[in-house]
Design a protein around this ligand. Structure first.
Ligand SMILES: [Zn+2]
Length: 322
């Protein structure tokens, strides 16, 4: 009896004064996509139905207010999307509307105005899609020539992963040069595929009109903030904020750090976020939200292409995190 009593207490206290912020990127039906950031519309529908039935979905603003008042709602779940893919509007929004789930979309603004793909998608397109491919690639990076063997798909995939790591730590302009160079060596023009495009200005405006949606900033060029001096970090946040505000005609009060782990931002990033007067900022630090959470270092838990049942198990697990 005693054990049962305590297990009931434990079951009921698991959700008490804790909330979880979920990180999504894309909702789409894609085959052969190498990044684990896509949830199929079918699974996303199951996940949102489950949130509606078993949890307490709320907008980010309400959660931040609750943190400031030390009054976290039980089973609170906040849905967020990073990067600003067009599919957030075309695929996710109708499902969010149907299930009445609030969500925040953090938009990287340079891609909205330039209508380019994100660099990791361009890399995938150049390295993995062409049927004819050179036997090797040589790129001049950080003052060195680096060569990758690319005579079969296994080698091309290996090269993609390795070049990905180089590109990730480069600045925007150096990265554009490497992509130009790669496209030339492969003999493929750089392009923007419909399935991988960022949201357009008009669609962003439409998205912002939904009562369920909060639009947030995710910098201009999606840099590793900790590699930049304070002034540049501030500019990344402030310019993306102003650019979004110009499009949606509403104030932007929340942001998320690109990549978002402890190594990807630093004290200067927090200072820049405060200077921009953001009310909250999301990391990808894997934790739950409780009364001790700092609103400009909000932890989040990632979601993969899981069916409803597995999604529920993961949420149960997330609510047990410290
Ligand atoms: Zn991002």
């Amino acid at each position: 009896l005693k054990r049962t009593f305590f297990s009931i207490i434990k079951k009921n206290t698991k959700y008490k004064k804790k909330a979880v912020i979920l990180t999504y990127h894309r909702v789409a039906q894609l085959t052969d996509y190498p990044y684990p950031i896509v949830v199929s519309p079918e699974n996303f529908t199951e996940q949102m139905k489950l949130l509606k039935e078993n949890y307490n979905p709320l907008p980010i603003g309400q959660l931040v207010e609750a943190i400031n008042k030390h009054d976290i709602p039980d089973k609170g779940v906040v849905v967020t999307f990073d990067d600003g893919y067009l599919d957030n509007f075309s695929q996710a929004l109708p499902i969010l509307e149907a299930c009445q789930i609030p969500a925040t979309v953090f938009v990287t603004t340079s891609n909205v105005s330039e209508q380019r793909e994100f660099w990791w998608d361009e890399l995938e397109n150049i390295l993995l899609k062409p049927s004819k491919f050179p036997k090797s690639l040589t790129l001049h990076i950080d003052g060195h020539d680096n060569t990758w063997h690319t005579s079969n798909m296994i080698e091309r995939n290996k090269a993609r992963r390795s070049i990905h790591l180089h590109l990730r730590s480069m600045n925007f302009y150096a990265r554009q040069q490497v992509l130009d160079d790669l496209a030339e060596q492969v003999g493929k023009a750089r392009e923007t595929r419909n399935a991988h495009r960022s949201i357009t200005k008009e669609d962003l405006r439409q998205l912002s009109l939904s009562k369920l949606i909060t639009i947030g900033a995710h910098t201009v060029t999606h840099p590793i903030l900790s590699s930049l001096p304070y002034e540049k970090q501030y500019k990344e946040f402030q310019e993306s904020r102003l650019s979004i505000e110009g499009i949606i005609n509403k104030s932007v009060e929340y942001c998320s750090y690109p990549y978002g782990s402890n190594e990807d931002f630093n004290n200067n990033s927090l200072k820049a976020v405060r200077k921009c007067d953001f009310r909250g900022a999301c990391t990808t630090i894997h934790r739950i939200v409780d009364r001790s959470t700092d609103p400009i270092k909000l932890p989040r838990c990632g979601v993969d292409d899981w069916d409803g049942k597995y999604f529920n198990q993961r949420l149960e697990h997330y609510f047990c995190l410290e």
